[in-house]
Design a protein around this ligand. Sequence first.
Ligand code: ATP
Ligand code: MG
Length: 152
Amino acid sequence: QRFNIVSFAEEIAEEMQLMTKQNQHIIYEHTGVTAEVSIDPNLLRNCIINLISNAVKYSGEDTLIQFNTFLTNDKLELEVKDNGIGIPDSDQNNLFEPFFRAHNTGDIPGTGLGLNIVKRYVGLMGGTVYCKSRLNSGTVFTLSFDLMADNN
Ligand code: ATP
Ligand code: MG
């Protein structure tokens, strides 16, 4: 299925804005070309919703959540960035394991399955997922897909 990544992402950002906390804003920005991509849209949507839900849940009121897409002829990257509680260094290697929750989640509810699903879906789509985080500062999740010839 080929679809325009920008309108696809805008729609998700708008939907997810309805799930935010008080004065939390999702800012969507895109760079690069506005070509169509052929990636499974249902798997990709599910991944983005998981990542944005986490950003909402693990950051406070009055914060920004940045959702960015970068598209070139051979690569698509999607990034979800928050200014939330962050993830302890010692937990960062285990995030994608089923039922894993970091040690700083306190009484924030969750089952620890969302990122495991993201990891598996990204694998099915032939991409990679990467996390960069600083405790008490914020977190970025990046999804990356090599499009190669299929985007032309
Ligand atoms: P759910 O199954 O409802 O998604 P969950 O959010 O706890 O539960 P995951 O989405 O798999 O589970 O995330 C695993 C853990 O990674 C979380 O419990 C949390 O400790 C940490 N985490 C994930 N995203 C973030 C984020 N944006 N900021 C801080 N910690 C995060
Ligand atoms: Mg989650």
